[in-house]
Write a protein that binds this ligand. Structure first.
Ligand code: IVH
Length: 673
């Protein structure tokens, strides 16, 4: 490549990286973005394309290099240069005032102590180490001295800068160890669990567990697919910079591009901390993440130094916990529910009790191991808590029933159909063997009709239960034989609503393959996997005859998933239902995502006004066919699409000899693709 050109390329790559890092900072640290997501994505795509074409330009701290590392066998050990301490707790305002007095006694001072009040985030604490500005190691807290090396996983978190910013006139510190919390936002948590549930995978009990589970993945790709975020709040060893106080430290790391919690507050005395606690207590449900209290830290680093620590907790800080969203009630009995894949889940039926604004009468007990560990029995009084503000769970038994009931046993026969239950040694699951079990059928239909599957409105729980009871639906495809008269004959079904349901069923016939695959409810196959399978196999017939080997070759599909798909189609009854669904439905293949279609890896630049579609539509279509759209013309551009009144890009294309298409040329290309 001529020198001038390679120089230009370097400049562009650098410029894109700077812009992307700048927008990351605006978005994650300042919470004040300047560009739309689409504009940001456009820059990322252009940078990715340039780096793909010129791998020699890739650097480890390029914003594209978040999910690069291969899965590892196990985590390495990281020794923390400074111990990662924990915090002592205060449970009420009196204990907070006592904490403040203790500090004054220790310092032999009666002056007000200044504190920084912060939110106590309910996530996983981690340490990041930056050397000469580059993120070199990230680790878990572990036992405070030895943590686990989770660097590749931490790199996938968008709010973690891979390289620090230069803060104004100061320089970047030689060494910066900074600690903080990785959290799983509530909204993402609800979605993750919904996806896991529909893929027949165990759900996480709360966002904290989801954060921990996501960070402790050996494959960073999985971590990268989760919407984790970080907040930094404490210093480790720092060389080449110094801070006089916690507040100065927070502002300092913010200027270095690290994300701090913007709700932190400098408080002139302990009363101001108590006020802060009151305010945050009110707000806690509106926060995007789980918080379990407020942390008060003596602001001055000099005073912190003098105060020191006792038994692994600093004397200069305390966690003032929120009042837990807890209540006590009696376990009236323990029921067993049967899921879509036949798995039995014990559920505590509780004497109804109000908790955080709703009445709670059920709590999942997850599995037998959990019941044994907590020794929960019928008649016991238990403490329940709303985790992640949604699913209530049993924390522990607070009073045993009297007389005490026997230990709970999993039934040996399915509570719904009476078939045998299988349980493999060493596994947690208990499964009903009957593929025809009405409970399984009910869950299967519910899943089949759900929003991300066939999206049949009006096919609610009660109706599904009746359809099965009446023998109107025995297999998934039976839904398509239902008539208005049959439905109108059911309890609480007016003719009009029967008609609506039949209309919704008719409407669902026109669908896409990914929805159908998702709707089948194959174990471990959720929305995402269904999409990959649809793109690869194109038809149900193709998927149903694919070998385990073919399946494993699909992106993101591992051995366990492949086996589970084979098992599903190996069952003649499933195969029959699938064949009949193929006849009933008009199934289209979903659009290819960018980078995989017929225009794969072709780079387009659009200029001028198009007639038949908007520029966004054109971009969408090109990307759907696997092409890329970039902003500027270079020798690497494959096509320039010129609409009416094209600009200088057209001229550039002609100079460089890049092929120019008019609108009809683009349409033709898309059709071919
Ligand atoms: S400071 C020496 N600040 O609470 C002080 N910790 O019980 C070290 N935590 O392991 C921690 N939010 O995981 C601090 N704003 C915050 C925090 C926070 C949550 C967690 C952290 C730590 C635990 C201590």
């Amino acid at each position: 490549m001529p020198r001038a050109d390679s120089h230009q390329l370097n400049v562009r790559v650098e410029q894109l990286r700077e812009q992307i890092n700048h927008h990351n900072y605006r978005y994650h640290v300042l919470d004040d973005p300047e560009v739309s997501d689409a504009e940001y994505d456009g820059m990322m795509r252009e940078l990715e394309a340039l780096e793909r074409e010129h791998p020699e330009l890739r650097t480890p701290d390029s914003p594209t290099q978040r999910v690069g590392a291969a899965p590892s066998e196990k985590f390495g050990v990281v020794v923390h240069r400074r111990m990662m301490m924990s915090l002592s707790n205060a449970m009420n305002p009196e204990e907070m005032v006592e904490f403040d007095k203790r500090i004054k006694r220790f310092l032999k001072s009666d002056q007000d102590i200044e504190y920084v009040a912060e939110i106590k985030l309910d996530g996983l604490s981690v340490e990041l180490v930056y050397e000469q500005g580059a993120l070199v190691v990230a680790s878990t807290r572990g036992d405070g001295i030895n943590g686990e090396d989770i660097t590749p996983n931490i790199r996938t978190i968008r709010s973690v800068p891979l390289h620090l910013r230069k803060p104004g006139r100061d320089s970047i510190p030689r060494l910066l160890e900074v600690r903080g919390e990785v959290i799983f936002p509530k909204a993402g948590f609800a979605k993750l669990n919904a996806d896991r549930e529909s893929a027949g995978e165990p759900v996480f009990a709360n966002p904290r567990n989801a954060a921990a589970g996501s960070l402790r993945q050996l494959d960073p790709k999985i971590t990268g697919s989760r919407p984790l975020e970080i907040f930094l709040y404490a210093a480790g060893v720092i060389e080449g910079a110094s801070f006089a106080s916690q507040w100065e430290f927070l502002q300092g790391i913010k200027a270095l591009g690290l994300r701090i919690n913007l709700l932190s507050r400098l408080c002139r005395n302990v009363n101001a901390v108590l006020e802060y606690w009151n305010e945050i207590t009110e707000k806690r449900h509106a926060l995007a993440y789980d918080a379990d209290g407020v942390v008060a830290k003596v602001n001055s680093f000099e005073l912190q130094e003098r105060l020191g620590e006792v038994s692994r907790s600093p004397r200069w800080a305390i966690a003032y916990k929120f009042k837990a969203q807890q209540a006590q009630t009696v376990v009236e009995n323990i029921d067993v529910q049967v899921g879509r894949i036949g798995s039995l889940t014990p559920v505590a039926k509780l004497r109804p009790v109000p908790l955080a604004g709703v009445t709670i009468s059920n709590a999942s007990l997850h599995n037998l191991d959990e019941i044994r560990r907590k020794d929960i029995r019928e008649g016991d009084t238990v403490l329940i808590e709303r985790a992640g503000d949604v699913i209530p769970y049993v924390v522990r038994v607070t009073q045993q029933g009297s007389p005490r009931a026997d230990e709970f046993q999993m039934p040996s026969r399915c509570p719904v159909c009476g078939a045998a239950i299988v349980h493999e040694e060493g596994e947690v699951a208990y499964l009903c063997v009957n593929a025809n079990c009405p409970a399984r059928m009910r869950e299967s239909i519910r899943h089949f009709a759900s929003k991300n599957s066939l999206d049949i409105e009006g096919l609610g729980d009660k109706l599904v239960a009746q359809l099965i009871e009446q023998g109107l639906v025995k297999e998934l495809d039976d839904i398509y034989a239902l008539t208005t008269n049959q439905l109108a004959g059911l309890e609480r079904m007016a003719k009009k609503s029967a008609q609506n349901v039949v209309d919704a069923i008719q409407k669902s016939r026109n669908t896409t393959l990914d929805r159908v695959i998702n709707g089948l409810g194959i174990r471990h196959v959720g929305e995402h996997t269904a999409r990959q399978l649809a793109l690869r196999f194109k038809t149900l017939a193709g998927l149903s005859t694919a070998s385990e080997e073919d399946l494993s070759a699909v992106r993101d599909i591992g051995g366990e998933v492949a086996r589970s798909i084979r098992e599903y189609f190996g069952e003649p009854r499933n195969l029959k239902a699938v064949r009949r669904l193929e006849e009933e439905l008009q199934i289209a293949v979903p659009a290819e995502p960018s980078g995989r279609g017929a225009l794969r890896d072709k780079t387009f630049v659009l200029t001028g006004t198009l007639n038949s579609m908007s520029r966004e539509d054109a971009e969408g279509k090109i990307m759907a066919a696997g092409g890329r759209v970039t902003g500027s013309v270079s020798r690497k551009t494959d096509f320039v699409v010129a609409g009416a009144e094209p600009g200088s890009k057209m001229k550039k294309a002609q100079e460089l000899g890049v092929r120019v298409l008019d609108e009809s040329g683009l349409l033709e290309l898309l059709r071919e693709g």
